[in-house]
Design a protein around this ligand. Structure first.
Ligand code: LLP
Length: 414
């Protein structure tokens, strides 16, 4: 997805640039992003939502890809930005995002982080627990914020269990996120009596990588039952097409499903926000690796590459399945086990993927790695986190450089 094959060479290309040219320019591993694909997806969300519900805004859940170039790109496309905590808030502001469009999340927001949000005039803070209310009340009571009112949403946990991996399921009873209905109602009552916090509405997010529309529709029903508000933030969660076997709803099918319930059950003057993360960026990105070793052992062909769980934790955390291909010989071949370079048996990018005669030095592309890879990348085994490369109209540029060994030592004190 997002890339094509040059018929003359058989090479994988993205926005007109052959994969070997990118590997030559930036080395491997590298995270390659088709810039126009992200823009197109952002427009599809924004326009699709506006066409169905004029008082609305698509907001990017920036945890999926929190680098300033991505914030800038999506801010340019007119999206709001969802930030989880002070770090993402700081990045979004540094990238020039409009503070009024910020939605500040987190189940453990410190007073310092809430202060950052208030200081920045962030549009909405999402109340996840009663402590958020206490802290915000305390901050806004300070003389310097006299006359200020902070808009807030209450995050509701509706006890909906989408059919997705447990680790990315957030809407069920027993989740650490949000407030179950009776508590949400108590929080709403308390906020209605607050002078400093302005209750704008409610928020719901039931999970990620959701592959059918039903849980989204149920989530809208759940927030509708809470009463009338100015704002309903319906969260994110739409799944992406990682493997040929995945068939997530399209953006339009997703929007139809939620807006259909909204038309019947939400006040027509209300403002609707959605917060897609994964589905905004996943399919626009792919990871480029180089084969370091090919070993036949125990009935498997192990193809080991120069990256792995340092730049893609999705397999370790959620058993996410990925396709892969030799970038210069796209298509099938013998079944291989594509593994990373890290000291962990679970460091597998794809347990069983057909690769065409993989050899040491070959380039391997793993598609659909635009979401939650950069954000979860790490330095395990002293790995240097890879660069992020934007490609557009046959041109490419690094927007994040590769870490150096000096970077690995930068915070160590003598
Ligand atoms: N809104 C809230 C409040 C969220 O917690 C999330 C994701 C989103 C929106 C965006 O959901 P999306 O559209 O991306 O599904 N690290 C995991 C994913 C965790 C998702 C956390 N919350 C992974 O690598 O798969």
């Amino acid at each position: 997805p997002g890339s094509t094959v040059d018929q003359a060479t058989g090479y994988l290309t993205v926005a007109g640039v052959p994969a070997p040219e990118l590997a030559e320019a930036y080395g491997t591993p590298a995270l390659i992003v088709d810039e126009n694909a992200v823009r197109a997806r952002a427009r599809r969300y924004a326009d699709g939502l506006a066409a169905r519900w004029p008082e609305s805004r698509a907001t990017f859940a920036s945890k999926a890809f929190p680098c300033t170039a991505v914030y800038r790109l999506l801010a340019e496309e007119g999206l709001g930005i969802d930030v989880a905590g002070g770090g993402e808030l700081t990045l979004a502001l540094a990238a020039g995002a409009d503070p009024a469009g910020l939605v500040v999340h987190g189940n453990a927001k410190t007073e310092e982080e809430l202060r950052l949000a208030v200081e920045a005039s962030a549009g909405l803070v999402v109340i996840d627990n009663f402590d958020d209310i206490d802290k915000l009340e305390r901050i806004l009571a300070e003389p310097r914020y006299r006359g200020r009112e902070q808009g807030v949403l209450v995050r509701v946990t509706p006890d909906i269990r989408p059919d997705t991996h447990e680790a990315v399921s957030t809407g069920q009873s027993g989740s650490k996120f949000g407030l179950l209905l009776p508590d949400a109602e108590r929080a709403i009552a308390r906020l209605r009596g607050s002078d400093r916090l302005r209750l704008d509405g409610v928020h719901v997010h039931v999970g990620s990588q959701i592959l059918d529309t039903k849980p989204f529709a149920q989530a809208v029903e759940a927030v509708a039952a809470l009463g009338e508000f100015d704002v309903y933030d319906l969260g994110g969660g739409l799944g992406s097409r990682y493997t040929y076997g995945d068939h997530p709803p399209t953006v339009e099918e997703y929007l139809d499903a939620v807006i259909d319930v909204a038309r019947r059950q939400l006040p027509s003057a209300a403002r609707i926000l959605i917060e897609p993360g994964r589905s905004m960026v996943a399919e626009a990105g792919f990871s480029l690796y180089r084969v370091v070793s090919v070993k036949r052992s125990g009935g498997h062909t192990f193809v080991a590459v120069d990256g792995g769980m340092g730049d893609n934790l999705e397999v370790s955390l959620y058993q996410q399945r990925f396709e892969a291909t030799v970038a210069t010989r796209v298509g099938g071949g013998e079944p291989c086990r594509l593994v990373g370079r890290h000291c962990e048996s679970g460091d597998t990018l794809s347990a069983d993927v057909p690769l065409d005669d993989p050899r040491v030095g070959d380039l391997i592309a793993v598609p659909v790695t635009g979401a939650y890879t950069y954000s979860l990348s790490n330095n395990y085994n002293g790995a240097r986190r890879p660069p992020v490369v934007f490609v557009r109209d046959g041109r490419h540029r690094a927007v994040v450089r590769r870490e150096t060994y000096a970077d690995l030592m930068r915070r160590d004190l003598p």
